[in-house]
Design a protein around this ligand. Structure first.
Ligand code: GLA
Length: 755
């Protein structure tokens, strides 16, 4: 497992918990009594094997915390449980039984009485031989392990002792079972009726009309449910119900359908959509809640406004391309006074191009005009050894298209970056992730695959829009997606990238494990140094983005290999667990962040994501997405949008175009926020800004609204600073000593405190 789990706080799990009845129903609790040993032997799946001499272990804590420090690889857990048929007799729904095993770091095969019933979080429904390579799948440590079997499955021995054996494999880091719950129980109504909110975004019409479609699915293959469906919209701040709808629901086994709902609510007011199904014969209820997005960023003014970074770095002689980011009604006319010799600005597009030979700082005055007025702003060009002086803002294909990325999808994304207006707020990179590579030819040139017929043509196209383009490879022979990597072809690859016009390289460790299976720190650095030299020779500013999931505390040596950014974690997912685990564990790398050297907690999971080809609307609530952008801005993280730009809904666009928030991310001082306060309920992070002020983020980790208290002394702020709310872009007056702000569940507030 990737490092982050250590920070996941595996939180509240200090003790081997004692048994309780969960979900108010009968269950065989598996909280204690587990046997454990490291190693691997298929015989350990068998009920007849004796585990009497094995160690005992708690299931709710990873093994590294229970005396097996530093152990990676295979280990087995065994449990002997009688499953009483009374449980089945008493159950409301009798057709399925579930085995809940918390979470498992990283991969697992689960055997019941010697037969495989589950693998890496997926039930094995019919008897089959266990596959041998389950442990090679990318770590599944964040997935709840829930294996569901039909009650009449012959692998279950009712009223007798059953042997549950878990073969687990830890790819590195913590290891084994953790979390909760651990039980065997009958499935109930809530396990069969699934509400899902990811088939559509909320749409907003006018100032207050909201439409949403959600799906209801009956997961049971045998049971039909009849009853009443109640849909309510409830304001979070005062509990006022602004919408109620009651309708009958008769849902046959396996049926899935989409239900639209339209209601009125003020855009900025946080609210909840609450769906309740009441089953008619038993009166049992299943309730599901989803936050209705609230829009905070004010409308973009029609008058011209210059946005984006205040500083731009370039190396001498490297091709210069900077697009002045400016909003306002079209047409805009751009100009720049005191542009150093060697650069020109296109007055219609705001694109500054050319090249500069001499090192030094050049102060330029940018001006943008339309028929309503003009805006001007100082802009510093720094010609030196380091570039990417503010974190890159852009888009990457992975979180939406995965390996189905193509030339056409890249062009469409670049078009959308421009037509959506994101480009006017500083968003500038269009990055191709894994899935573009074919093989190296006889001369060692990397050939794109059939999905990318003309890489140079594609780069030219993206540049012609005023955008930059990125690419992806691995120092190993193969990428994580199994495509051709750069191993032994580094120099040639870098030359080709530069000749195509590539501006950004994500370099992903992946199969380098095959070259250096137990890599020492030096071996971790070596492949990245190799590519560093290759890029240096290419005479082009290619943002060098390391992706090796934080191994060897990469933040402490990324700069040494010339990296402009480095991933600090494993892959992000669009869940609160993944987002909060990654985001709130970034304090350790704060000291290493600096202009041109950024910690990268992975890409954004807002909008339509899915890792290709099928997309779903992010599972994060709007509050969680405010936390995402707030925290990533405070962390001075690269912001790489991971969604389909052609399906930007109003909320997502609003979230990504708040210039005061983006200005925190792009602050020229380049200092990453530090964690100022952490309790089980909230966290406060603060970041020093170039103008002497401080950006402060307040984060509510609970699932209820919370007043987050802030003491100025914790922020090392004296006197009575002026406070501004950056999401709503409103002044809040002076504060002294202490203030509190209401913060939505899993949500954030972002303020700036100035003298
Ligand atoms: C790894 C990286 C991801 C993505 C994929 C591509 O998992 O961490 O960000 O680049 O590889 O295969």
């Amino acid at each position: 497992m990737k490092k982050m789990l250590l920070f996941a706080g595996i939180i509240a799990l200090a003790l081997c918990f004692s048994c309780k009845t969960s979900h108010n129903r009968d269950a065989v609790l598996l909280d204690s009594g587990w046997k454990f040993r490291t190693g691997d032997d298929p015989a350990w799946a068998s009920a007849s094997y004796s585990d009497a001499k094995w160690d005992t272990i708690c299931p709710n804590k990873v093994w590294e915390e229970q005396g097996y420090k530093g152990y990676d690889g295979f280990a087995w857990y065994r449990y002997h449980a009688v499953i009483p048929s009374s449980m089945r007799l008493k159950a409301f729904i009798k057709d399925s039984i579930q085995i809940l095993l918390g979470k498992i770091d990283d991969c697992d095969q689960v055997f019941l009485n010697g037969e495989l019933i589950g693998e890496n979080g997926r039930t094995v429904y019919t008897k089959r031989e266990p596959p041998v390579d389950f442990f090679k799948e990318q770590g599944r440590w964040f997935i709840d392990r829930r294996y569901v079997l039909a009650s009449n499955d012959p692998r279950i021995h009712w009223d007798k002792e059953n042997l549950l054996a878990i073969r687990s494999f830890d790819q590195g880091g913590a290891g084994g079972m953790f979390g909760s719950p651990f039980e065997i129980s009958m499935t109930d109504l809530q396990d069969h009726l699934k509400f899902d909110y990811t088939s559509s975004a909320f749409t907003f019409t006018g100032d207050s009309t909201i439409t949403k479609k959600f799906t209801i699915q009956n997961l049971s293959s045998t049971e039909e449910f009849k009853g009443k469906l109640t849909i309510e919209a409830i304001l979070s701040d005062n509990g006022i119900n602004v919408y109620t709808e009651n309708t009958g629901l008769d849902i046959t086994p396996g049926l899935k359908f989409e239900k639209p709902v339209t209601f009125k609510k003020s855009m900025a007011a946080p609210a909840i959509l609450k769906i309740t199904f009441t089953e008619s014969t038993s009166g049992k209820k299943v309730t599901s809640e989803m936050e209705i997005p609230y829009i905070l960023t004010p409308k973009i003014p029609a008058k011209p406004r210059i946005n984006g970074a205040k500083v731009f770095g370039v190396r001498p002689w490297s091709p210069f391309q900077y697009k002045v980011a400016a909003s306002g009604s079209a047409p805009l006319v751009y100009s720049a006074s005191d542009l150093p010799q060697g650069l020109v600005i296109d007055q219609f597009t705001g694109l500054i191009t050319g090249s500069l030979k001499k090192k030094g700082d050049y102060l330029v005055k940018l001006k943008v005009t339309n028929k309503l007025g003009s805006d001007s702003r100082d802009f510093k060009i720094v010609v030196g050894d380091v570039f990417s002086l503010t974190p890159p803002l852009g888009w990457n294909s992975w979180n939406c298209w995965g390996l189905t990325v193509s030339d056409q999808k890249i062009r469409q994304s670049a078009d959308a970056m421009k037509s959506s207006g994101l480009i006017d707020h500083g968003w500038s990179y269009i990055n191709i992730d894994d899935g573009w590579e074919d093989t190296h030819d006889r001369d060692g040139n990397i050939l794109p695959n059939a999905k990318f017929p003309n890489m140079k043509g594609l780069c030219n196209y993206v540049h012609s829009l005023g955008l930059k383009i990125g690419i992806y490879s691995s120092p190993g022979p193969k990428t994580c997606g199994g495509y051709e990597g750069s191993y032994t072809f580094e120099a040639k690859d870098a030359q080709n990238y530069a000749s195509w016009g590539i501006d950004y390289l994500k370099y992903d460790w992946c199969s380098y494990w095959n070259i250096a299976p137990k890599a020492t720190l030096d071996q971790m650095k070596n492949p990245y140094k190799e590519m560093k030299h290759a890029i240096r020779k290419a005479n082009r500013d290619i943002h060098y983005s390391l992706c090796q999931y934080g191994m060897g505390d990469v933040w402490s040596w990324g700069a040494e290999v010339d990296a402009n950014s480095w991933r600090t974690t494993g892959d992000i997912e669009d869940t609160w667990e993944s987002l909060s685990t990654i985001g709130f564990s970034q304090g350790k790398c704060s000291p290493w962040s600096a202009p041109g050297r950024w910690n990268d907690p992975d890409m954004l999971v807002v909008g339509w994501v899915g890792w290709g080809p099928a997309l779903h609307y992010t599972r994060l609530t709007s509050s969680e997405q405010y936390t995402h952008i707030t925290l990533w801005s405070l962390l001075a993280a690269p912001l790489l949008i991971g969604c389909d730009l052609n399906q930007l809904d109003a909320f997502t666009l609003n979230l990504l175009t708040n210039d005061e928030v983006l200005a925190i991310n792009q602050d020229p001082l380049g200092k990453q926020a530090v964690q100022v306060k952490k309790t089980s309920e909230y966290e406060i992070w603060a970041r020093d800004l170039e103008d002497g002020s401080k950006a402060v983020g307040l984060f509510n980790k609970t699932d209820k609204p919370l007043n987050v208290p802030v003491d100025l002394k914790d922020l090392k702020v004296n006197g009575k600073p002026v406070m501004r709310d950056l999401w709503s872009q409103t002044d809040l007056g002076r504060v002294a000593v202490h203030f509190e702000m209401k913060t939505q569940p899993h949500g954030a507030r972002l303020v700036k405190l100035a003298k």
